[in-house]
Design a protein around this ligand. Structure first.
Ligand code: NAP
Length: 455
């Protein structure tokens, strides 16, 4: 696929972009390299001011930016605007806290004085996905820029206007030329950038396949990477749970972003004693969801981002049928333009099948029944992924068991898995490694330097 804005609600190609030539790419790399030395010497207070200005610009332009997101990847416009607001939040969070997070940390040793100092690495490449096209980038850029690094963005090929808008926001905010640049390049050009000696580290948010490919390139040239990859998050409901709250949250947790979120609840694992009732209520709520124009405020579910994502999801649903699963609602392609897929519920899928362990990136819920907490945890962990997990129970001992035994980067008890600038975010197993957000996120791309002063 070339670099283009294709409206997923209609399938129409709105605008195409030429990828950077080798020469133009070299100019951008050179610019980033020349920007780094003066940028790393800028005062932290100055960087904070630029980042706060970026937050103001994001809020000022939230409608326009939100519409650009919706145009390019199809999420309902209200969610897109909320995403822009969240970007402002992460900018302010790091503007307020980076100085403390990166302050020298004295350590008592036999030196006359010793401490840990956090210094920038240089150029960091971010390879980003289309599903939260602004949020994924700002949650990388805010800490990286505060730490004194300079950023290069290779965004997904279907969100070029979002990619360019991000660079514009940061430039208008006052960041010096070259401190943050968008590279309009295809995936095949990433290896060259990673291998370039001027680039010191890379982060990728996206699929397992892309993550492995980037990590392999980075490994060859010994570069630090952070990988935020896929997930097949469990949403476990025990019999003591507040069922109304669990069902309401289940719908949001599965349908947010038209179902295309790495931390969406994808497998609903319910205690058999309440499973019938949970299923009935979930089905009723799925039936009520409004599918339609994502630019309309009344729409719950817009189109999937690309035709291939819709087609892959449909193939997965068909594979579930082949395994003997029942499709309670949805599961058929819609007879309308655009890449829409209906809310779908699948039951009776044998948990041991390979399809049950895959990530379903769209509005498809898999329902499983279990007869004990041990079975729930075993099933929840029976996936290559380990991003988030949500468990619903009011029994304290069960809560603790979930916290201790669920294999995931985050466990939310009686709540929906979500990202929050104040809390670290990331996964284990095939969901990747490293963390974004919180103090941990800003420490990923710094030289943690030991300083030892003799007598
Ligand atoms: P994707 O196809 O892996 O694309 C992500 C980014 O990687 C895009 O910029 C893409 O560029 C690039 N890319 C693809 N193949 C590459 C390769 N071989 N080498 C270097 N770069 C490559 O993923 P997606 O379909 O956009 O996003 C969906 C996936 O991302 C899901 O699995 C989802 O769970 C995951 N995700 C994870 C998180 C998290 O925080 N853990 C957050 C959001 C999404 P092109 O567009 O040019 O191909």
């Amino acid at each position: 696929m070339g670099i283009a804005t294709i409206n997923p609600a209609t399938g129409e190609t709105v605008k195409t972009f030429e990828p950077l030539t080798d020469e133009a790419l070299e100019q951008k790399l050179d610019r980033a390299d020349r920007a780094f030395k003066p940028y790393r010497r800028t005062m932290m207070a100055q960087r904070s001011r630029w980042l706060r200005t970026a937050a103001d610009i994001l809020e000022r332009d939230r409608q326009k930016l939100g519409e650009t997101i919706t145009l390019e990847m199809g999420k309902p416009v209200q969610s897109a605007i909320a995403e822009v607001n969240k970007c402002a939040l992460v900018c302010r969070y790091y503007a307020d806290n980076a100085a403390e997070f990166l302050a020298d940390k004295p350590v008592a040793t036999d030196a006359s004085f010793s401490y840990v100092s956090y210094q920038p690495l240089g150029i960091v490449l971010a390879v980003m996905p289309w599903n939260f096209p602004l949020w994924q980038v700002f949650r990388f850029a805010a800490p990286a820029l505060m730490a004194g690094n300079v950023g290069l963005l290779k965004h997904a090929s279907n969100v070029p206007q979002c990619a360019l808008a991000i660079e514009n926001v940061l430039t208008e905010a006052g960041f010096p030329a070259g401190a943050f640049q968008t590279l309009l390049i295809g995936a095949s050009q990433v290896a060259k950038v990673v291998a370039d000696d001027r680039v010191r580290a890379a982060t990728l948010t996206g699929s397992e396949h892309a993550g492995m490919s980037l990590a392999a390139c980075a490994g060859k040239s010994l570069k630090k990477t952070v990988l935020e990859l896929g997930g097949s998050d469990p949403f476990i409901v025990m019999d003591s749970a507040n069922l109304e709250a669990a069902v309401n949250t289940a719908v949001t947790a599965r349908m947010l972003n038209n179902g295309q979120s790495c931390i969406a609840a994808k497998r609903f694992i319910v205690r058999d004693s309440i499973a019938e009732e949970f299923q009935k209520r979930l089905l009723a709520k799925f039936k009520d969801l409004v599918i339609g124009d994502p630019m309309s405020e009344n729409t719950d579910i817009g189109p999937l981002a690309t035709s291939s994502i819709r087609d892959e999801l449909h193939e997965q649903v068909k594979a579930c049928r082949v395994e003997g699963a029942e499709v309670l609602i949805g599961g058929e392609l819609l007879d309308r333009p655009g890449y829409f897929y209906p809310p779908t519920i699948i039951t009776d899928l044998p948990a041991s099948t390979s399809i049950a362990k895959e990530e379903f990136f769209g509005p498809v819920a898999l329902l499983f029944r279990v007869s004990s907490i041990d079975d729930a945890i075993e099933l929840a962990n029976d996936t290559p992924f380990g991003l988030g997990a949500s468990a619903w129970t009011t029994v304290e001992a069960e809560q603790q068991q979930f916290i201790d035994q669920l294999e995931a980067g985050a466990v939310f008890i009686n709540g929906m898995v979500k990202s929050d600038p104040r809390l670290p975010f990331g996964g284990i197993k095939k969901s990747g490694y490293g963390r974004e957000l919180g103090i941990q996120g800003i420490h990923e791309f710094v030289n943690i330097k030991t300083i030892w002063l003799g007598n």
